[in-house]
Write a protein that binds this ligand. Structure first.
Ligand SMILES: NC(=O)C1=CN([C@@H]2O[C@H](COP(=O)(O)OP(=O)(O)OC[C@H]3O[C@@H](n4cnc5c(N)ncnc54)[C@H](OP(=O)(O)O)[C@@H]3O)[C@@H](O)[C@H]2O)C=CC1
Ligand SMILES: CC(=O)[C@@H](O)[C@H](O)COP(=O)(O)O
Ligand SMILES: [Mn+2]
Length: 389
């Protein structure tokens, strides 16, 4: 029996993880479930998983969480505060940690799991984008194991599995992108929050869905791939594949391409990571090729969606550029979701703000967190005086 902790248990990935775990009660038990503010959903997650511990990130909600657990007659121990989440990420009782917090809020817990030598099933791409080489070194130094949950990186991981060290040195990564809801829309100036939060193929949280619509998600994934697979950015390509059936590909020296295909349902990816190296059935309907009427491919349009180009640029610039771009994007998306800026302002703000990143690469987790914090303050100040011109 393996013990699992789910950080971000109330979100889209968290919910899918619980769904998969509940298919295998004989293989897995749950140590902890965490959330930030959604107390009722967290208590429901504790009930569904029979978790030993439930942690709410917002410390003010401790009493409410305790009540919600009592109301469900659970023995689950209530904890609260961001520090408690980080402690659970490293708790010796959990063998597997699922990192499904959204945004840079997941950085500290990802590092904590890495330092504790966990098997880390990581969906939180922002912690790879910001932690970069430092995170990969930390994982190595502490004997942790990172299994990528992000569908593209999981696909690449599977395509690289049988590759020798030599083959790995010459591979190219081809990340597929759906192109988002505005792939064919020429005028982006009137995009609404409602439109930007509906992905054509995947059901996901709001932040990543907006990122898919701007192609920032693909940009973050290029950075993520750079570090996860130790592949320089000039060997990472992006191709638009609107059907989201090929999850990504690897091309070897002889030109041959391996691809991983599946239904666009994250339960497959999560099950792969939970069972690794065994394969677990997530209960997702397998692909029916006779009902697929074509797999198509296009070049990404970086004129309409420049965020993808900014990600490559941030990698080339180095220093704290990726941390900066990630933080600026998070603040811009937050403001867009609140109706304070337009969809087309998101890349405009990123373009300006990413230039103020420090050229010194972070040397510690504290440096990463400090750079992220500063970037947020600067961006919020910039947006406060922003007129859109
Ligand atoms: N959804 C998907 O299919 C995919 C997601 N990913 C990545 O996985 C991560 C999670 O995405 P997704 O599940 O869609 O996101 P959701 O918005 O659905 O869920 C986010 C989770 O994080 C918690 N959370 C939010 N803010 C904080 C905070 N400050 N401290 C602690 N916990 C916090 C939320 O708690 P609460 O509910 O209380 O707010 C919730 O449990 C992201 O990094 C995303 O890019 C990658 C590939 C696919
Ligand atoms: C499911 C997943 O991994 C998402 O990152 C998804 O790939 C988003 O789709 P886009 O290709 O539109 O960014
Ligand atoms: Mn993805």
């Amino acid at each position: 029996m393996k013990k699992v902790s789910i950080l971000g248990a109330t979100g889209s990935i968290g919910t899918s993880t619980i769904d998969v775990l509940n298919r295998y009660p004989e293989k897995f038990a749950v140590r902890a479930v965490t959330a930030y503010s959604n107390v009722q959903k967290l208590a429901d997650a504790a009930k569904k998983t029979n978790a030993e511990v439930a942690v709410i990130g917002d410390a003010k909600l401790f009493g409410e969480l305790q009540e919600a657990l009592n109301a469900r007659q659970l023995k689950t121990i209530a904890k609260a505060g961001e520090k408690a989440i980080v402690e659970e990420a490293a708790d010796p009782d959990a063998e597997i940690v699922v990192g499904a917090i959204v945004g840079a809020a997941g950085i500290a817990s990802t590092f904590a799991s890495a330092k504790a030598g966990k098997r880390l099933l990581l969906a939180n791409k922002e912690s790879v984008v910001c932690g970069g080489r430092l995170l990969m070194d930390t994982i190595k130094a502490h004997g942790a194991q990172l299994l990528p949950v992000d569908s593209e990186h999981n696909a690449v991981f599977q395509c690289l599995e049988s590759a020798s060290e030599k083959m790995r040195q010459s591979h190219r990564i081809i990340l597929t992108a759906s192109g988002g809801p505005f792939r064919k829309r020429m005028d982006l100036s009137t995009v609404t929050v409602e439109e930007a939060t509906h992905h054509p193929n995947w059901s996901m949280g709001k932040k990543i869905t907006v990122d898919s619509a701007t192609l920032m998600n693909k940009g973050l994934e290029v950075i993520e791939a750079r570090w996860l697979f130790d592949t320089p950015e000039d060997r990472i390509d992006v191709v638009v594949h609107p059907q989201s059936i090929i999850h990504s590909m690897v091309q070897y020296e002889d030109g041959v391409v391996l691809a991983q295909l599946g239904a666009p349902d994250m339960r497959n990816t999560i099950a792969y990571c939970l069972g690794y190296p065994e394969r677990l059935n997530a209960g997702v309907k397998p692909l029916d090729f006779s009902s697929i009427h074509g797999l198509t491919f296009e070049k990404p349009d970086t004129k309409r969606f420049p965020q993808l180009a900014y990600a490559y640029e941030a990698l080339r610039r180095g220093g704290c550029s990726c941390i900066m771009l990630n933080a600026v994007n998070e603040i811009a998306v937050e403001n867009f979701l609140k109706g304070k800026i337009r969809f087309i302002d998101i890349p405009k703000i990123c373009e300006v703000m990413m230039l103020s990143a420090s050229e010194h690469a972070p040397k510690s987790l504290e440096d990463v967190l400090e750079a992220d914090k500063e970037a947020r303050i600067l961006t919020q100040e910039y947006i406060s005086g922003y007129t859109g011109e």
